[in-house]
Ligand binder design. Structure first.
Ligand SMILES: [Zn+2]
Ligand SMILES: [Zn+2]
Length: 418
């Protein structure tokens, strides 16, 4: 031992002697005061070693419940056992513990640091969370701590002796096609009863018996043994519109899943069989919560196929010219049909491409490619002058969308690595 280390040991022992004389203290708390001394030792081992040295030199510690932590460290194994029982049947790889000390413990620790300042001190929360993690791992036999995205998050409240467990949602990216009109993207509460259940909705609480969300989620909920699922879509098509082509990107969130290692190939098949003729999913892969924001915020370009009915016959050349003239900037004041849920303002969007196929004198099929957020029905009807330009406005003849399909959602907006 060098002189410097020896002097340090003297200092440490002198302070440790004061600490153990002051009142009953556990090895964990005694050791925490010198957490950076002695490689490879736990705080409890460090505390115990100091105590032994003090005993040899004639200083006996006081018996009783630790005045700093109130005996919290003594309960770690019991708490870890309870946490382990709570995680029974839940598949996980990573975990994180967070402890909420009682007011009494916070007070005790504050006093301890003030009275016995050392520059090697480890805060109680830090030490407690690590030690309970070690004990938890020993009980369950696996798992690693993850500070960023743990599968299991335990919060231990020392004043109420409560343990809360939150299981991280599981996120699955994919693309869906909606092959049938009349299905909303997500569950839609009954307008009459707001979801409580009434005669009008046959006590389902729903405006529509099924949704893309429910059709996709059903096999996943069963496989993951999760109670709740949310479909986060990259925009949404109207209920009466189909979603064809390469499909619309989405993230399915499974809340509190018991199983995480799902067989996506099998589940894709399950969805596509059980929702046959209505919904089909593709490109399924596991992703993270970040993709929800990416999918929701990206305004991908979309291509639509639209059947339009004209109030009176229009000459072919005039019609084709009118359709081409729509390409470019479109000013859209919030459509009347969505005014109840969207702010009333004028949005500037672009129509990128427009083609027309004449079906009869008063019927035409349009293929329109537009920026995300462009309202297609209003681009055709004009929405009483709220959308400029519009097919109706340019022709001077009322025009109405009778059928609408989304046939492409730009894939380039969604990198393969989500
Ligand atoms: Zn203690
Ligand atoms: Zn109802």
């Amino acid at each position: 031992m060098t002189d410097e280390q020896l002097r340090l040991t003297d200092d440490v022992l002198a302070m440790a002697e004061q600490i153990v004389r002051a009142g009953p203290i556990c090895d964990e708390c005694l050791g925490r005061a010198y957490a950076k001394l002695g490689h490879g030792l736990s705080n409890a081992e460090r505390g115990s070693a100091l105590r032994t040295m003090l005993t040899i030199s004639g200083t006996e510690g006081k018996l009783g419940t630790c005045w700093v932590c109130g005996g919290a460290f003594k309960h770690i194994d019991k708490l870890a056992k309870r946490a382990s029982a709570m995680s029974d049947g839940v598949e996980f790889e990573s975990y994180l513990f967070g402890v909420k000390p009682s007011a009494r413990i916070i007070q005790g620790e504050k006093l301890f640091v003030e009275r016995y300042p050392t520059d090697t001190y480890e805060p109680l929360k830090h030490a407690f969370n690590r030690e309970i993690g070690k004990a938890f791992e020993a009980h369950v036999g696996h798992g690693t701590v993850d500070f960023e995205r743990p599968h299991l998050s335990f919060v231990i409240d020392l004043s109420s002796d409560r343990i809360d467990l939150k299981v991280r949602s599981l996120y699955i990216y994919g693309r869906y096609q909606k092959l049938l009109r009349g299905i909303p993207q997500t569950r839609w509460p009954c307008r009459k009863c707001k979801g409580r259940g009434c005669a009008a909705c046959n006590y389902t609480g729903k405006q529509y018996p099924e949704s893309v969300e429910e059709l996709i989620a059903a096999p996943f909920l069963a496989a993951a043994r999760s109670d709740e699922a949310y479909l986060h879509g990259a925009g949404r098509e109207d209920i009466d519109a189909r979603m064809l082509g390469n499909g619309r990107p989405f993230v399915l969130e499974l809340v509190s899943p018991h199983m995480r290692s799902l067989d996506l190939v099998f589940l894709r098949e399950q969805v596509n069989i059980s929702a046959k003729g209505k919904v089909e999913v593709n490109d399924l892969r596991f992703t993270s919560r970040d993709t929800v924001a990416l999918v929701k915020e990206t305004h991908a370009e979309k291509t639509y196929r639209v059947r339009v009915s004209l109030a009176s016959p229009v000459e072919e050349g005039k019609l084709l010219a009118a359709v081409s003239s729509l390409i470019g900037q479109v000013d859209q004041r919030t459509p009347r049909r969505v005014a109840h849920r969207r702010a009333d303002l004028v949005r500037v969007r672009r129509l990128i491409d427009a083609r027309a196929m004449i079906i009869s004198e008063q019927e035409v099929e349009l293929t329109l490619r537009g920026e995300g957020g462009l309202y297609i029905k209003e681009l055709v009807s004009g929405d009483e002058g709220r959308t400029v330009p519009s097919l109706s406005g340019v022709l001077g003849v009322p025009a109405l969308v009778t059928e609408l399909d989304v046939i492409d959602v730009s894939a380039s907006a969604f990198p393969a690595s989500v």
